[in-house]
Design a binder for this molecule. Structure first.
Ligand code: SAH
Length: 384
């Protein structure tokens, strides 16, 4: 039986929770994950090693092992004296995330991991191998405070921010599998990282920015992934987009727009009540101007909610001539939701109208659907 749908004229039900007000900073009540070398820059790691009475070059040795060879245990680090290994491990390589469940599909080339943090918090990451690249989709928070009603993560609220190292270790775990040849297609590397797992990256700004630096700085500082291959996706926290632009990085910005008009966007992305479509897009165009990077406009197509031809035309007119492309995502319905993906004809018409405005469009591949690949669904199903 198909779920009951509101008629097209029905207003979209308002979200159950008010607009989130605590947009930045971690909750003081939440305990902090243990410090890990990936939380620190190389100078900080040198200082931490010196605090243990070890020569500071041990920081470089540890960093090469962790970021270059993805080694997580000091027993595998033969260039460290045996007597020093336990203390170094305890100070700089504490276990952070434990794999709770692993699911795979697409012949093993899509792999999703549900991780449990030191405090029991659950987060997810997904590895997707394509012929020409490997993308890691990572979480930046346990849960999310943005309350978007179509998103599984948004339903559960925010648990806490992830630390820099908790974000980085999701990518390192994928890199380790690939380097060991454990993903079909032979040994490989992580080429792309997208902050499109659980959480609002720009609401955990400092840790996400440090993670971007760790991911993109060369070994031994970091993993050496190209900045251009990193995408930070946001609901549209305007001050944080401006701050990110000022960092002068070459990372791609993705804006989860989902509606071209404030009336509908106020309900689909509740933070729109604070920063309107026009403000969000202006911040995006400033980002594109400063970085030279094309902004990705994310738009989940929801049947009879945001997939109308007139909305395609309005979106097309807002984006025409801008350094932008649209990534249409067929809605992945969350359990119990009355919403579903658009009909194929409506999706085709939406694409056609955007293209008629000269706006580049792609329809996102829906990999991982059968393993609850989208947006918090695995963590939601694991919750008691
Ligand atoms: N908080 C950030 C990043 C995480 S979500 C953001 O909102 O951009 C990554 C993308 O998946 C966002 O564009 C989000 O709107 C979209 N998304 C969430 N739930 C979805 C669902 N059920 N179906 C399709 N896309 C979804």
């Amino acid at each position: 039986m198909s779920p009951a749908r509101p008629p097209a004229s029905d207003p979209v039900a308002p979200p159950r929770r008010p607009v989130p007000l605590a947009l930045t900073g971690s909750r003081s009540r939440a305990a902090k994950p243990p410090r890990h070398l990936a939380d620190l820059d190389l100078a900080g790691r040198r200082a931490a090693v010196a605090d243990l009475g070890e020569p500071s070059y041990r920081a470089v040795q540890l960093s090469r092992h962790f970021f270059g060879r993805y080694t997580e245990h000091t027993d595998g680090m033969s260039d460290l004296p045996r007597a020093s290994r336990a203390a170094l491990a305890q100070a700089l390589l504490p276990p952070l995330l434990t794999a709770e469940r692993e699911l795979s599909c697409d012949g093993g080339t899509t792999r999703k991991t549900l991780w449990r943090g030191f405090d029991g918090a659950l987060v997810e990451s997904v590895l997707m191998r394509y012929p020409d690249r490997v993308t890691m989709c990572v979480s930046s928070q346990a849960g999310c405070g943005m309350a978007c009603p179509f998103c599984a993560t948004g339903q559960a609220g925010l648990t806490r921010n992830l630390s820099t190292a908790e974000i980085v270790t999701q990518v390192v775990a994928g890199a380790r599998l690939l380097a060991a040849g454990q993903v079909p297609g032979g040994p490989g590397r992580v080429s792309n990282v997208v902050f499109m797992g659980m959480g609002e990256p720009l609401a955990n700004y400092a840790n996400v920015l440090a993670a971007v630096r760790r991911l993109t700085d060369p070994v031994p500082e970091g993993m050496g992934i190209s900045q251009r291959s990193v995408t930070v996706s946001t609901v549209g926290l305007v001050p944080a987009i401006k701050r990110l632009a000022a960092e002068r990085l070459s990372v791609t910005l993705a804006v989860s727009l989902h509606a071209p008009d404030d009336e509908l966007r106020d309900t689909l992305v509740p933070v729109n009540r604070r920063w309107k479509v026009a403000e969000v897009l202006n911040a995006a165009w400033d980002y594109a101007a400063v970085t030279g990077r094309r902004v990705s406009i994310e738009y989940a197509l929801i049947r009879d909610v945001n997939d109308h031809a007139w909305r395609a035309d309005l979106l097309g007119s807002l984006l025409a001539g801008r350094l932008a492309h649209v990534n249409l995502i067929p809605l992945n319905p969350t359990p119990g939701s009355k919403w579903t993906a658009s009909r194929p004809a409506a999706q085709r018409e939406f694409v056609r109208r955007l293209e008629a405005h000269g706006v580049p469009v792609t329809v996102r591949d829906t990999r991982g659907r059968e393993i609850d690949g989208a947006c918090g669904q695995l963590a939601a199903s694991a919750r008691p």
